[in-house]
Write a protein that binds this ligand. Structure first.
Ligand code: ATP
Length: 816
């Protein structure tokens, strides 16, 4: 047999395997695009490992595919290429003619060459357009031998596998066996000596595509956030019925060995009780444990009850706990009118949420980098996520650790199972207990109890209410008194202060906006009076949830400690703003909700833009002087140009942009032009406004393209907060409370009078890379660009380069 001489740095294939999940298409798109940009030839394996085992059939070797240069790859609309492969921009896969093995249009070809435009727009589509399968053949040595042969035959030397723990186990087995497979193929004379040498080492990298979030060493698997969206949407809808009829609902969600979906759904929806495999109820009778908790909730006055059960839930003796059983118990023991809802496959489907477009894209790019850097001595990696950061971990270790969780559960060693889950899992479980449990007695002695003030500052953002609810519930459990300050500092001066109750915040998880009311006024409107109010209400801690105004307020209050002893208490800022402009944190509550609102709007806009074919939509986003929303939104929607306040806009840029759009539209196949999105952050320029740019594109586009604008405005504050914002709100809120308690106790222990609060007790909770860090406000100030109300070093700024790369801007403009 012959293979194409390796003209490329690498011949790279990507496959999706196991259960489908949202975000898999984003992975394939990113791998293909990043691969081409780095000079690789890119291939897709259809139907997962099954496609690898079946290959292309020997007769296909004769029809050698044309070798395209990287540049041609970008301009992949080479008709013969598209015709040969019949694998054009996803449509053939979407129209149902080729979405199964042996599909007509691909005529049994499973390993197909793909180019740039073949994956355009893929990431807005759920499931996997390449197809996936559970392959029995690949589990056998013969199957894997065939797979190795097919890869070598096509000259492919690197493989990206996106799938669940089974798929990555398969990848690990394949990697370990590879040298022996090559030796066997040589022995059987199926490959020649040169091929045996050239393909002696298989570069392989795994990406975790699974809705269960069951892989160790990564915080989040691809597709899990979208599944969580689907679950929370369903529960949010169920809740109104539950409330109206005072009913109980038992909701069964996916998760055979992993309770992440049930746990996060429990936290995000404010459920009453959850059953997860890793932490079965500790009592001998789960029935009694559940009933006593729900009984207490009902006694307080709750009208609705939501119990979430993972499909793999069991008691501590591993006896399965099923939704129907729970229903019977609730009906019989508590007399509740109870219904069961099994969400089933609705959880898998639908459009990927923003997170499942952004993270898989970044992970796909990282996968290509890992393959390019791989040597026979480096381990095969799995690409994962820790907090906001993309990480590489040894595939073998991750697979091993994942299996240890199931083994620990099977051995009833639940503490070990929990210890093998990531910190986010632990914190979420603590968050669930803290916000759902009602304790007969407060946990802290009187001397340690605080009067905690909670305030929303600045503009509303998704997750503010969820954070407040978590603080209130935690406070009540501990014995603290939580006080709402309505309408910010103005409200404090007006005595708009009320103690919050456990039941009063019950529905706040799902509420958008701000239940407390926000205000942009800073405490320096009358610092002395603010201090007097602090004293009057005898606050022992203040938690401000908000954006840049909250940060500025924190700075003012800390500075005010010199003159006003009332401020010598822990003062905390929990960032919450859709602009995500608080310095030193990569994430603020509300920004995920906002990105999802943006993605929803842009999907609709793109549909309109594509229906009218060659239309460019200039979409204006909020964000003030911070371009986070526009930039991440551009990455999440595949926008081709992004304007931010950080970079500004000038004539040279606009000239280049027009040139780019003209070239890009002229490269489109006739009659197949698509709508394109240009993202413009509202304060990018006071001269080159959205209207001006839209008019200019219209004028310059001539017959090639038309232009329209859409201003997303306040819709970006989102309606119902996203599940990730809600869950993060709970985690961060509890950390804020732990911080407040720690500093309150330290201040109380001081023997010298008057007691003073150290500067570090006025701090902001931040997410930096893969960790959560407390930053004292004085340190924050050094990193703040105060006039522009943003950080000096924003981690996301580099993303603009990636946004441009993924639309081949440098190649098309000839400057890259
Ligand atoms: P999900 O999380 O959705 O179940 P998964 O990747 O875990 O996805 P599996 O069915 O377990 O789904 O695995 C997918 C495929 O990976 C299998 O059909 C099989 O081809 C391959 N595979 C799994 N385990 C192994 C193994 N031990 N050896 C070889 N191949 C394997």
């Amino acid at each position: 047999m012959t293979t194409t001489p390796p003209k490329y740095r690498m011949k790279l294939a990507v496959l999706t395997s196991g259960g489908d999940s949202a975000g898999m298409n984003a992975v394939v798109r990113a791998v293909v695009k990043a691969g081409i940009l780095k000079g690789c030839e890119t291939w897709v394996v259809r139907e997962g490992y099954e496609g690898l085992v079946r290959g292309n059939g020997d007769e296909q070797q004769k029809a050698e595919k044309p070798a395209l240069s990287p540049h041609q790859n970008v301009r992949v609309r080479d008709e013969s290429f598209v015709h040969n492969l019949r694998f054009g921009d996803g449509e053939l896969l979407r129209d149902g003619t080729s979405d199964h093995p042996g599909g007509r249009t691909l005529k049994g070809r499973y390993i197909v060459r793909v180019g740039w435009d073949d994956v355009r727009g893929w990431f807005g589509v759920g499931g996997t357009l390449c197809g996936t399968a559970r392959s029995t053949a690949f589990r056998t040595p013969e199957g894997r031998l065939a797979a190795a042969y097919n890869l070598i035959k096509e000259g492919i030397d690197a493989l990206v596998v996106c799938g669940g723990d089974g798929s990555l186990t398969g990848a690990d087995v394949f990697r370990a066996e590879w040298p022996s497979l090559v030796a066997k193929l040589r022995e059987e004379n199926k490959i020649n000596e040169e091929q045996a040498k050239t393909y002696g080492h298989l570069k392989i990298v795994g990406l975790v595509g699974s809705i269960d979030n069951d892989m160790s060493m990564t915080d989040m698997t691809i597709g899990a956030p979208t599944a969580l969206h689907r679950i929370c949407e369903a529960i949010d809808n169920i809740e109104s019925t539950a409330f109206s009829h005072s009913r109980a609902f038992v909701v069964e969600v996916m998760g055979r060995h992993c309770g992440w979906l049930a746990l996060l759904a429990g936290v995000s929806s404010g459920a009453d009780f959850i059953f997860i495999p890793e932490r079965p109820p500790s009592a001998d009778s789960w029935e009694e444990e559940m009933c006593s908790m729900i009984q207490r909730h009902r006694e307080i006055g709750k009208r609705k009850t939501i119990v979430i059960v993972a499909e793999g839930a069991h008691d501590k003796n591993l006896n399965p706990i099923r939704a129907e059983q729970i229903k019977d118990v609730l009906s019989e023991k508590l007399g509740l009118d109870t219904r069961v809802t099994t969400l089933g496959h609705t959880q898998r489907g639908g459009r990927p949420c923003a997170f499942d477009r952004i993270m898989p894209t970044l992970q796909g790019v990282e996968a290509v980098n890992a393959l390019l850097e791989a040597t026979p001595d480096t381990p095969s990696y799995m690409i994962g996520v820790q907090e906001n950061k993309i990480i590489r971990v040894p595939l073998m270790e991750a697979v091993k650790m994942t299996h240890s969780v199931s083994e620990a559960i099977a051995a009833k060693d639940f503490d070990k199972a929990m210890s093998l889950r990531d910190p986010e899992f632990h914190e979420s479980l603590e968050g669930f207990y803290a916000t759902s449990q009602v304790h007969p007695e407060p946990r802290l002695p009187h001397s340690q109890r605080m009067r905690v003030a909670i305030m929303h500052v600045g503009a509303p953002a998704g997750g503010m209410n969820a954070a407040t609810r978590a603080i209130v519930r935690y406070c009540i459990a501990q014995g603290h008194k939580p006080f709402a300050i309505h309408n910010g500092f103005v409200g404090l001066l007006d005595d708009s202060v009320h103690q919050l109750s456990w039941l009063g915040v019950d529905n706040w998880m799902t509420r958008g906006g701000s239940e407390l009311g926000t205000n942009r006024k800073l405490p320096d409107i009358d610092l002395g009076s603010v201090a007097a109010k602090f004293q009057q209400y005898n606050f022992h801690a203040l938690i401000m949830i908000g954006g840049f105004e909250a940060f500025s307020s924190l700075e003012i209050l800390e500075a005010g400690r010199k003159h006003y002893p009332a401020f010598n208490v822990p003062i905390i800022h929990l960032p919450a703003t859709i602009s995500n402009n608080v310095p030193m944190t990569e994430f603020s509550l509300g920004s995920d909700t906002s990105l999802n609102a943006l993605v929803d709007a842009c999907d609709a806009i793109k549909q309109s833009a594509s229906a009218s074919r060659n239309r460019v939509f200039v979409v204006e986003t909020q964000g003030g002087k911070c371009g986070y929303l526009a930039t991440m939104g551009a990455l999440a929607t595949g926008a081709c140009i992004v304007y931010t306040p950080e970079r500004g806009i000038n004539l040279t840029m606009l000239r280049d942009d027009v040139k780019y759009l003209k070239k890009r539209y002229s490269l489109d196949v006739k009659g197949k032009s698509e709508g394109r999105i240009v993202m413009r952050s509202e304060e990018s320029s006071s001269v080159y406004t959205t209207k001006m740019i839209t008019d200019m594109f219209k004028e310059e586009g001539g017959k090639l393209f038309d232009s329209r604008s859409a201003s997303l405005g306040h819709t970006l504050q989102g309606g119902i907060p996203s599940p990730l914002d809600r869950a993060r709100a709970v985690r961060l809120a509890l950390k804020c409370m732990a911080f407040a308690e720690q500093h309150h106790n330290a201040i109380c222990r001081q023997t010298a009078r008057p007691r003073t609060a150290p500067p570090e007790s006025a701090a902001v909770i931040t997410i930096q890379g893969s960790s959560v860090k407390w930053v004292p406000v004085l340190e924050m100030v050094e990193h703040a660009d105060i006039p522009n109300r943003r950080g000096k070093h924003e981690a996301w700024r580099d993303i603009i380069g990636l946004v441009e790369a993924l639309v081949a801007r440098p190649q098309i403009l000839g400057d890259g």
